[in-house]
Each structure stands twice: as structure tokens, then as C-alpha cells.
Design a protein around this ligand. Structure first.
Ligand SMILES: Cc1ncc(COP(=O)(O)O)c(C=O)c1O
Length: 424
């Protein structure tokens, strides 16, 4: 068994520094050649580690919180970097490492940190890369909890912030010129109105002023969009969504250069938002079908957006795959537009509730990206705490619906939506 736990997979020297800087494998973007397609990477990348016994195709769950040493000589070999391994579970775990390598391969990243939630990844990024006295620019429609953390918690550390509209290059330029900006932070696509960022243009602009760019790509998934290839420095995901894909596990990850991820990892050691190995196993298992699920969700959502756009009881559809979407051209870097479609029905708050309550297939629930379709009326779910005026300011109308399409048959979902619109 000790043999299985001794990793020989290219991990750097493990020394006393392990407490602040766990050595990571040296993964280059072409590490997984000849498996270059996402379809093969979701299935194979990161697996076939030599600690995995050949009697197992699936990655085993290594639950141990610590490794053990045969004798003091082996311990000294470990300390001197002659033998590589994980030491303690908060600094890394073999099962989780497989998952991190899989994400790195899909995002074309040198390194990935996987933690216990999307918020865990977001906070680790912000606390490790933004120093007191620094400035953060974020988009106005980034994930509300991230925005609240930036606005209310980072300010306690002497960090100033500006929120800009997506793709408002003039305002962004002005902020970059007048402040020492450490980080630009945006969700693309955003939630729930699916605005899309020109990641390439924003990255070039931010880099020319020495600012890093971090993209929350949760609504795209690593299949539809790879922000690092467009110039972003970091891409993060709420893996609770498409990556795990079954509405049954919470997780988060951030990918980028080895240099940046090791800084974030070191901060995460203090925060302690460690992913449990059982969750890592479930996410690896879920990811085997990531490309199949996302492809189905992309197709269903696009067809449904087209159908809804023509329906007399629908006022407006928000979906970047539609030519009518203001950022349709900007989103042309995406290979698919995801499974979330938002739309405004022709009715008031009550009529919209009637539409939702008439649906038979989807669950009324928050979140997105799983096999089961979910539906919500943001005015009475995600934005319940906002006043009507606050909601109006950010474009959340009483008649807005956010539909997260799962992998059910398109015809069944379409029939269900059409009958519910009829009942409004
Ligand atoms: C776009 C986006 N980013 C981040 C998060 C936070 O992720 P988690 O719930 O996994 O902490 C969410 C959660 O809904 C989200 O929608």
C-alpha cells in the first residue's frame, strides 16, 4: 500500500517549505498530447497515475489525512526532496490531484487548485492577489456574493474597488489610469442576463496597466470557453454547476500559471477550504460525461431560445447564441453558449409565478448546470432580498425567468414550456 501512496508523477521536491508551498506537477499545455480533444481529456486527463492499482479503472478515493513513513530515513528522504508525496490532506490529496490535472488539461492551464466551493475559490483568489492599498475592478453583474465580498470585506483590508459595466472600455481605461489596479474580475457569461465579456480586449488593456484578469467561467463550463487562451490570467468555476453536473456536490476551482496558482494555494492552506476526497471522486466521475452533457445542454438551450424568441407570450430572450443578443459577436469565441436561457414573459409578477407553477418537468430551484432542468423567477428567488427599485436598476424584472436546461429530451421540455405559457 505504501507504494501506491508514493507519488512519482513529476511532483517537484517536497521540503520543509511544504507548509506554505506544496510542490505541484510541472504540467505544460501539451502535457496530454495526443489527447487533445476535450472529449478525450474529460475522460482521461489526470488519470493513470502510477499510484493507482491496475485493478481499478476509476480513480480510488484516498481518504487518509496524512501519509506515513516506513522509517526516519524515508522521512529525511522526503524532507530532502529525494522522495515526493503529499504530506497532510489540507496541502493536497492524490484523488483531488487527479481532478486538478483534468481541469488544467481542459483549461490549457499550467496548474489548478480545487477547493470545497466556488466561493472558496473566489475568496482564495482575492485574498492572495490583492494587497492592502490595492484596487479591484469588477463588473457590475459579477456573482452577487463575490461582489459583496469585494465591496464589503476587501474594503476592511484597505482595498478600494470600482464596479464597471461589462465591456465599458472607456470607464475601465479611466479606472486603470487613475488607480493601482491589482485585479480585474468578471463573470462571463454573467448571471442571470448572460452578458459576455470581450476577454481578449479586456486582458490586453488590463495587462498594459499591470493588472491581472480573473474570469468566473461557471456559466460557460471549460467545454464552451477557455479564458486563458484568450489572455486571461485566471479562470475559476463553481464546480457545483456543469463540472460536477448532478446537483449533488459542491466544489470550486481556479486555474492559471504555476506562479499564480501557487500563491493562491498558499493562501488556501490558511483558509482551509479543502475539498473532501469523496467529493473529488464524485466530480471526476461526473466529468466523464461533461462534454456530452454540455453539448446536449447547448443544443437544447439554443433551440429553446429560438423558439421562445418567436412566442407571442415572451417579451424578450437573453441568450448569447441568438443574433439579437447585444454581445453575440463578442461571444463568438465560445464553442457553445451553455444551458441557461433567461427570458421575460408577457405578464406581471403573479402571471409569471403562474407560468412557473404550471411547469411539470423542471424543479423550481436555484443553481444550474446539472442533468435536471431547473427554473426560477429571480425576483422571488435569487433577488428576493433586493427592493423593486434595486432590482429594476440591475435589469431584474418581475417577469424574468431563468431556465437552466438539463439533459432531458428537447421535445418534452418544449412541450412543457409551451403548455405553461398557454396557462399564464
Ligand atoms: C457564477 C457563479 N460563480 C460562483 C458561484 C459560487 O459557487 P458555490 O456555490 O459553488 O460556492 C456561483 C453560485 O451560484 C455562481 O453562480
Amino acid at each position: 500500500m505504501a507504494e501506491y501512496l508514493s507519488l512519482e508523477t513529476g511532483y517537484g521536491p517536497c521540503s520543509m517549505q511544504v507548509l506554505t508551498h506544496m510542490p505541484m506537477p510541472d504540467i505544460k499545455p501539451d502535457h496530454y498530447l495526443p489527447f487533445v480533444s476535450d472529449e478525450s481529456l474529460t475522460v482521461h486527463a489526470g488519470e493513470k497515475q502510477n499510484w493507482i492499482p491496475k485493478c481499478s479503472i476509476g480513480t480510488p478515493i484516498i481518504k487518509s489525512t496524512t501519509r506515513w513513513f516506513e522509517n526516519s530515513e524515508e522521512l529525511i528522504a522526503f524532507r530532502e526532496g529525494r522522495q515526493t508525496s503529499f504530506e497532510y490532506a489540507r496541502y493536497g490529496n492524490p484523488t483531488t490531484k487527479v481532478l486538478e490535472e483534468k481541469i488544467s488539461a481542459l483549461e490549457r492551464a499550467e496548474s489548478t487548485l480545487f477547493v470545497s466551493s466556488g466561493m472558496g475559490a473566489i475568496v482564495s483568489v482575492l485574498l492572495s492577489l490583492v494587497t492592502p492599498g490595492g484596487h479591484v475592478v469588477a463588473t457590475k453583474d459579477s456573482y452577487w456574493e463575490a461582489r459583496m465580498f469585494i465591496q464589503n470585506k476587501l474594503s476592511l483590508m484597505g482595498v478600494s474597488t470600482t464596479f464597471v459595466d461589462m465591456n465599458d472600455m472607456d470607464s475601465l481605461k479611466e479606472v486603470l489610469q487613475n488607480n493601482k489596479v491589482s485585479l480585474f474580475y468578471a463573470d462571463s457569461p454573467s448571471n442571470p442576463l448572460l452578458n459576455c465579456l470581450d476577454i481578449k480586449q479586456v486582458s490586453e488593456l488590463c495587462h498594459s496597466h499591470g493588472a491581472l484578469v480573473c474570469i468566473d467561467s461557471s456559466l460557460a463550463s471549460p467545454i464552451n470557453q477557455k479564458p486563458l487562451t484568450l489572455g486571461a490570467d485566471l479562470v475559476l468555476h463553481s464546480a457545483t454547476k456543469y463540472i460536477s453536473g448532478h446537483h449533488d456536490v459542491v466544489g470550486g476551482c481556479v486555474s492559471g500559471s504555476e506562479n499564480l496558482i501557487s500563491k493562491i494555494r498558499s493562501c488556501h492552506y490558511d483558509l482551509g477550504s479543502t475539498l473532501v476526497p469523496d467529493a473529488a471522486y464524485m466530480i471526476i466521475r461526473g466529468m466523464k460525461t461533461l462534454h456530452l452533457r454540455v453539448e446536449t445542454q447547448n443544443n437544447t438551450a439554443l433551440k429553446m431560445a429560438q423558439l421562445l424568441e418567436k412566442h407571442p407570450r415572451v417579451n424578450h430572450v437573453y441568450y448569447p447564441g441568438l443574433p439579437s443578443h447585444p454581445e453575440h459577436d463578442i461571444a463568438s469565441h465560445m464553442s457553445g453558449y451553455g444551458g441557461v436561457v433567461s427570458f421575460e414573459v408577457a405578464g406581471d409578477l403573479q402571471a409569471t409565478m403562474k407560468f412557473v407553477d404550471s411547469l411539470k418537468l423542471p424543479h423550481i430551484a436555484t443553481s444550474f448546470g446539472g442533468c435536471e432542468s431547473l427554473v426560477q423567477q429571480p425576483a422571488i428567488m435569487s433577488f428576493w432580498d433586493y427592493s423593486a427599485a434595486e432590482r429594476a436598476k440591475i435589469g431584474i424584472k418581475d417577469n424574468l425567468i431563468r431556465f437552466s436546461f438539463g439533459i432531458e429530451k428537447f421535445e418534452d421540455l418544449a412541450a412543457d414550456i409551451l403548455q405553461a405559457l398557454q396557462k399564464m
